[in-house]
Write a protein that binds this ligand. Structure first.
Ligand code: CTP
Length: 407
């Protein structure tokens, strides 16, 4: 039996990117032989084994044939006579269809190395269309490799469009959609995940709430980019520049969903969007099974971002109300996250990309001032029961009123 390093590990190594996961393919062997050699069987649908020492995944070389709908509808054939080339042929992109032998030699039957040089994401064969998950994977790889100059080949984009038109994307499970979206959030260019899905006509199927933002105008004075979809892509990029937090990046992407359902008669104004967006975020998050931590931050940012943008005009009472909404007293880390999303929103506009965001300092100062009010002092002063809370609020408002930015 021979084993080869395959897939992402070979790709990332050739790109000088850190390799997290090593996958191996085993040629000329059988499940029985691997088990005899101490490998541990883990595959449910196809034969995957863990190496007895490294615990890295080893799969027997296999071919696949589409037999049903969705990304699970495959019949897979594995036997000692399946060649390495046959296994590489069933893979999605040429840059993912290379193998490395133990002596370091690269096996590259589909010119993956050339495509790495040319910075192209290109499908291996027409069988690409058999797996709808690949539409999301390519969008995610485009996001991951965008900073190196990679783009999707026109032919591949055409196949992605074909998949979108076929109705197969509707078979993708929520878990798969979230898995790819979530992975895209940790790249340098999460906005590319959305824009590639848009380009191949998949966005309206997979994430219709985001798709609805494209073509919706905003006031040119504040949004020279005008289109809300373009603005959302810009905000997504700014959030990735400002924060490593994936919930922050997610919340920034969905904070304006309400603008997608503003009646056209009200365009380019979107007075109600902070309110109308809440329901859309709720339904999107429950459909795609977005974790609560992401959803809760997104709801707060959606509801409060306009208030935060107006920080300089807000009365101390309103500032305290906003802080109470955020539950900052129990979740202090939230304030920074929400303010970062708002800053990304402010910078995610044409010609505003490097603008200062004093609203952040105003709210941080208000929070620090309110936090300094000591409940124990209030109790010591003789306040009892509900009076304590009322006095705490009163003193916090007064502390916020006194908090001023040094100019
Ligand atoms: N693969 C594929 N089609 C899929 C899923 C996986 O062709 N729908 C192949 C690709 O060759 C891929 C390999 O299986 O490189 C391993 O898949 P995975 O671990 O999901 O992705 P990686 O390419 O390793 O990338 P990353 O670890 O960055 O997600």
């Amino acid at each position: 039996m021979q084993r080869y390093l395959v897939g992402g590990a070979v790709r990332d190594q050739l790109l000088n990117i850190e390799v997290y996961d090593k996958d191996w393919v085993v040629v000329g062997s059988t499940p029985e032989e691997l088990l005899q050699n101490g490998f541990i069987a883990v595959g449910k649908d196809f034969p995957v084994f863990l190496h007895p020492d490294s615990k890295e995944e080893h799969a027997l070389a296999r071919t696949e044939r589409k037999i049903g709908s969705g990304y699970t509808g495959f019949d897979c054939y594995f036997a000692a006579d399946v060649t390495l080339e046959e296994d590489l042929l069933r893979r999605d992109l040429t840059i993912n269809a290379m193998a490395q032998a133990p002596n370091g030699e690269i096996v590259d039957p589909f010119n993956g190395q050339q495509d790495l040089k040319d910075r192209v994401l290109r499908h291996v064969s027409a069988a690409f269309t058999e797996d709808p998950l690949r539409v999301l994977r390519v969008a995610r790889f485009a996001a991951k490799l965008n900073h190196l100059g990679f783009t999707v080949a026109d032919d591949t984009l055409a196949l992605m469009r074909q998949i979108a038109r076929s109705g197969e994307l509707e078979h993708l499970t929520a878990e798969r959609v979230w898995q790819e979206w979530h992975k895209s959030l940790s790249t340098q260019d999460p906005q590319v995940f959305i824009s590639v899905l848009k380009d191949c006509d998949a966005l309206h199927i997979v994430l219709p709430e985001l798709d609805a933002l494209f073509g919706v105008p905003q006031p040119e004075k504040w949004h020279p980019e005008i289109d809300t979809g373009i603005h959302t892509l810009m905000v997504a990029k700014q959030a990735a520049l400002l924060s490593e937090s994936l919930p922050v990046r997610f919340a920034s992407q969905v904070h304006d969903l309400g603008k997608g359902i503003t009646p056209q008669s009200e365009w380019p104004s979107h007075k109600m969007h902070c309110h109308t967006g809440l329901k859309l975020i709720q339904s999107l998050c429950s459909r795609v099974k977005v974790p609560n931590e992401f959803r809760d931050l997104a709801l707060l940012v959606c509801e409060q971002h306009s208030n935060i943008h107006r920080a300089a005009e807000l009365k101390p009472e309103t500032k305290l109300k906003v802080l109470n909404k955020f539950d900052v007293w129990r979740k202090p880390e939230r304030l920074k996250d929400i303010l970062t999303c708002c800053m990304a929103d402010s910078r995610g506009r044409t010609d505003f990309e490097t603008i200062d965001y004093p609203q952040k300092d105003i709210f941080e100062l208000a929070y620090q001032a309110a936090l300094a009010v000591n409940v124990q002092d209030i109790i010591n002063d003789g306040f009892k029961g509900a009076e304590i809370k009322a006095e705490l609020e009163r003193q916090r408002v007064s502390a916020i009123a006194k908090s001023k930015l040094k100019t």
